[in-house]
Design a binder for this molecule. Structure first.
Ligand code: ZN
Length: 153
């Protein structure tokens, strides 16, 4: 297992559309484990494979109970309502912005063993579902920012 380098805004890998995962082998499991370690070390709320330079439809989202949800080939199947969270991104360090996202999001995906999973979440986890799946299509949350937020250190 290893910590992987998180690519930053401006790297063209973040603008690409990722390919579906079709093989659930040791190589994929190693990638998932590496991404979990990388996410924990960066203290993030989510991490998408293109952020570590891998163009696969795989993302991790930290759940309400601090466990890590593994979302492979995820699709948003239902949304409800609206919220205006403040978002940041590990690939856009030091920048925060207010966005508009659905209040409640249902995602269908498979896990690292190819088993179907379905999660319905609200709050920050729902925001993360949208944010990470955007990454898989080459989009950054900046596209959703209505207003940037300045924090004093
Ligand atoms: Zn991000």
């Amino acid at each position: 297992m290893a910590i992987r380098n998180i690519v930053k805004e401006g790297d063209e890998v973040l603008a690409k559309v990722c390919r579906p995962v079709t093989v659930f082998d040791d190589r994929l499991h190693t990638l998932v484990q590496d991404m979990k370690e990388t996410l924990a070390k960066a203290n993030g709320a989510g991490l998408a494979a293109p952020q570590v330079g891998v163009l696969k439809r795989l993302a991790l989202v930290v759940d309400d109970d601090d466990s890590v949800l593994v979302l492979i080939n995820p699709v948003i199947v239902e949304t409800e309502g609206e919220q205006c969270p403040t978002e940041g991104c590990l690939s856009v360090p030091g920048v925060w912005g207010k966005t508009r996202r659905p209040a409640k999001v249902t995602v269908e995906a498979v896990d690292e063993n190819g088993k179907p999973v379905r999660y319905t979440r609200t709050g920050i986890v729902a925001v993360c579902f949208c944010h990470e799946i955007d990454h898989l299509d080459g989009h950054l949350y900046r596209e959703h920012v209505t207003e940037y937020v300045l924090f004093d250190d």
